[in-house]
Design a protein around this ligand. Structure first.
Ligand SMILES: CC(C)(COP(=O)(O)OP(=O)(O)OC[C@H]1O[C@@H](n2cnc3c(N)ncnc32)[C@H](O)[C@@H]1OP(=O)(O)O)[C@@H](O)C(=O)NCCC(=O)NCCSC(=O)C[C@H](O)C(=O)O
Ligand SMILES: [Mg+2]
Length: 274
């Protein structure tokens, strides 16, 4: 991962499928998320937790970050998961967060809070601002089940609410929720591009084959990269010449936020280069 660039691809792997952990780590995902929650049947929850602990202890150095999605902290199982993996995982992912108080006592900046219900979303700002929180994301499968929302335009309102809450709290941009049809690569690509235009950044995946599709969809295009190069070159020229603000030959004005955005675009293009 490039320093300063948030993860682009996050891959879930069920905790009761330990034979898939290495494959997930080799998928090219920036973050592997071992799931102890909804991907694991109740009868296999203890086994999944033990698998996660063993993997975190033995994982080879140099791989992607490994996060663990624990069970709901409102219940005993979630607290026991946290106790077992909290110090071993690079971060924990907390499902169905509805009340910032559930985060009290957790170490600063090591938890990703999932907003997956109306109660969670209406408290998005308070949850995002909690010191334990390193990032927020939506759980659109759970949200859709609760709210019966199917229209993309309506879902976009909820997504924007999370985008704003994260930005206002100074958190990294919100990654997109999972795309459930693992065979529909065209649909995944179109959905990622629409999410990118809303200010969402990167995406959680459920299958390794989704990783290259997500990387491609979030990779800045040739024109965008060329424009960013032009902006950075103009800014560097201006700095050498002691000029504060410059305009490009086509008249476009270049100031500090424009340059910062162009640098981010170039870092992302490098990170996602084919
Ligand atoms: C979706 C799956 C159940 C599909 O599994 P399967 O049908 O077995 O896949 P394939 O036969 O196509 O597998 C091909 C090979 O790929 C490997 N594989 C598949 N998935 C993964 C994975 N996630 N990580 C690593 N490796 C994976 C297989 O081992 C095969 O390898 P090989 O034998 O070498 O060919 C399955 O993909 C799956 O379980 N995905 C993860 C599901 C999950 O974790 N869900 C929880 C997150 S969803 C969520 O968060 C929703 C949210 O809460 C909300 O509310 O919105
Ligand atoms: Mg969910």
């Amino acid at each position: 991962m490039n320093a300063g660039l948030p993860p682009v691809t996050w891959l879930y792997v069920p905790g009761d499928r330990p034979e898939r952990f290495a494959k997930a780590a080799a998928s090219g995902a920036d973050v592997v998320i071992v799931d102890l929650e909804d991907a694991v049947a109740s009868a296999r929850k203890d086994e999944a937790r033990a698998n996660a602990v063993a993997y975190l202890r033995e994982r080879p150095a140099g791989g992607p970050a490994v996060h663990v999605r624990v069970n709901d902290l409102a219940g005993d199982r979630g607290r026991a998961d946290l106790e077992a993996v909290g110090d071993l995982a690079d971060a924990v992912r907390l499902p169905k967060v509805e009340d910032p108080a559930v985060l009290d006592g957790l170490p600063d900046g090591r938890a990703y809070a999932l907003l997956e219900s109306a109660a969670g979303l209406v408290r998005a700002e308070a949850i995002a601002a909690h010191p334990a929180v390193a990032g927020i994301a939506l759980g659109e499968q759970d949200l859709a089940a609760e709210l019966s929302i199917t229209a993309e335009a309506a879902l976009d309102h909820l997504r924007l609410r999370a985008v704003l809450a994260a930005a206002a709290a100074g958190l990294p941009p919100v990654p997109m929720s999972v795309y459930p049809d693992v065979r529909d690569e065209a649909g995944l690509d179109a959905s990622c591009r629409a999410g990118r235009a809303l200010g969402l950044f990167g995406r959680t995946a459920i299958h390794p084959r989704q990783i290259p599709v997500i990387r491609r969809a979030f990779r800045p295009g040739e024109q965008e990269t060329a424009r960013a190069l032009e902006v950075v070159a103009a800014a560097e020229r201006a700095e050498r010449e002691g000029i504060g603000a410059v305009a490009l030959p086509d008249g476009r004005f270049v100031d500090a936020p424009v340059v910062a955005r162009a640098r981010r675009t170039l870092a992302l293009a490098r990170h996602l280069a084919p």
